[in-house]
Design a protein around this ligand. Structure first.
Ligand code: FAD
Length: 413
């Protein structure tokens, strides 16, 4: 980029990307001028219609032992939840290679403490915001013939991580959630997990810092880092800041490339549908473990989300077949009406999760440009980690102490 003598706009910090991570960062930077640039409003709204689970229980990185086998099994199945889209760019293959090499105990041990810290900070801070949260904890529901073993294994795993989890008596579970069918074999309550409406969280965080400026419909297309300033280009306009934080979700690699850094983050498309005015609602947010589907109360609505399809970042296409599969899978476990005549009544939606190859987000300064920081790659649990991520970025910017566990999440790991 050609550095202009004078920038058009000046700020202490510029955040690239106004999804849940970007707005959470802007919300905590009360002590400086912040400008958030987003190429939409925000562009694709991955942070808006997701399942809204705040899952402290998900502290093990996504690249964990057993995930390769699970992925291959899913690829072989006709309606598996993990899939590779024909739109997957070639870079997806090198991402897959890195991911497979990281599915081991060493990776889990290195990243779990940092993830746990982000999740615990986030869950505590979300509760203080005053937005509605589910009064009941998250349930993981098992329906396969291995249900008992799988449920016990989950409880043991939680205990090893140091998190509360316990089995719920099956008949009590069926009584308290009348929508559940007799297919349900075992239920685990994940003791610290709860649900929120993700759009409500995003709006609350966006409005939390009245000094932050949001500029929508601008795509950052150049970055130049100097010792004391970073110049950020949007077409013919130049913004300047002491520090820049890249929180561009699945598009993060295209932005970090502007300063010569290649980050292994790929887009994983997921689907959700939202059923309005359910007569008999549910109270617990739920993960249907064997159906790989989340089912959640959102006020008077019921939301369902599923699928993890590696693709390119701009792919938000909606395949009717996938919506149908998700609905029918959930109907195996829950008493739901027949699939409606018009799919539109289900408000079908897709979002692209930014997934790092080792299953944990990249948070911290770039080694080659210390005044450019990254906060991205949160994968399936970005809503759950947003406030912890913002807290960590704020401590980096203030030059405060960063723990060993948090340093493990550095972008140059
Ligand atoms: C079906 C589904 C269910 C999910 N359920 C949950 C859940 O229950 N709990 C949970 O914790 N997480 C969940 N997630 C994951 C969560 O939604 C994501 O991790 C999170 O939204 C990522 O937020 P982000 O801010 O990093 O990215 P985004 O929300 O995608 O924001 C990135 C922003 O950057 C902008 N941008 C990109 N490039 C540029 C550029 N060059 N210039 C300017 N702006 C740019 C984009 O326009 C975009 O608005 C789910 C995701 C899906 C798809």
């Amino acid at each position: 980029m050609t550095a202009k003598a004078l920038p058009d706009y000046d700020a202490d910090t510029i955040v690239v990307g106004g999804g849940i991570i970007g707005v959470a960062i802007a919300a905590v930077l009360h002590d400086r001028s912040v400008v958030v640039l987003d190429s939409g409003e925000p562009r694709f709204g991955t942070s808006m219609a997701n399942a809204g689970h705040i899952v402290v229980s998900h502290a093990t990185p996504f690249a964990a032992p057993g995930m390769v086998r699970m992925g291959l099994k899913s690829l072989a199945a006709r309606d598996g939840s993990f899939a590779l889209s024909p739109k997957l760019p070639l870079s997806g293959l090198s991402w897959l290679g890195k991911f497979m090499s990281k599915c081991n105990e060493t990776n889990s041990a290195a990243l779990t403490p940092g993830l746990l810290s982000l999740l615990e900070v986030s869950a505590a801070q979300v509760r203080q915001l005053g937005i509605p949260t589910t009064p009941t904890r998250l349930w993981e529901i098992f329906t396969s013939r291995h249900s008992q073993q799988d449920a016990l294994r989950q409880v043991e795993h939680m205990q090893q991580v140091g998190l509360p989890a316990h089995l719920i008596d099956r008949s009590e579970a069926l009584d308290s959630e009348p929508l559940l069918t007799s297919q349900v074999q075992a239920v685990v309550e994940l003791g610290e997990d709860f649900g929120i409406n993700p759009e409500a969280l995003w709006k609350t965080l966006r409005d939390a810092n009245s000094d932050a400026t949001y500029v929508n419909n601008v795509t950052v297309d150049s970055l130049a880092a100097f010792t004391d300033r970073v110049l950020v280009g949007v077409g013919n306009t130049t913004y300047s800041a002491r520090t820049v934080v890249i929180a561009a979700g699945a598009w993060t690699p295209t932005v970090t490339k502007l300063v010569g850094v290649n980050l292994p983050i790929i887009a994983a498309k997921g689907y959700s549908i939202t059923i309005a005015n359910m007569r008999a609602n549910i109270s617990h947010p739920m993960i249907l473990a064997d159906e790989k589907t989340a089912v959640d109360p959102m006020g008077s609505e019921l939301r369902m989300s599923a699928r993890f399809e590696l693709t390119r970042a701009n792919d938000r296409s909606i395949a009717t077949k996938r919506i149908h599969q998700m609905y029918e899978r959930a109907r195996h476990t829950m008493r739901l009406p027949e699939f409606p005549a018009s799919m539109e009544s289900l408000s079908p939606w897709t979002g692209v999760r930014p997934v790092s190859a080792d299953g944990a987000p990249f948070i911290g300064p770039l080694a080659s440009a210390p005044n450019v920081l990254v906060a991205s790659g949160h994968g399936m649990i970005g809503t759950s980690m947003a406030m912890g991520t913002a807290d960590l970025i704020a401590r980096y910017l203030r030059g405060e102490r960063i723990s060993e566990a948090e340093l493990a999440l550095t972008p140059h790991r």
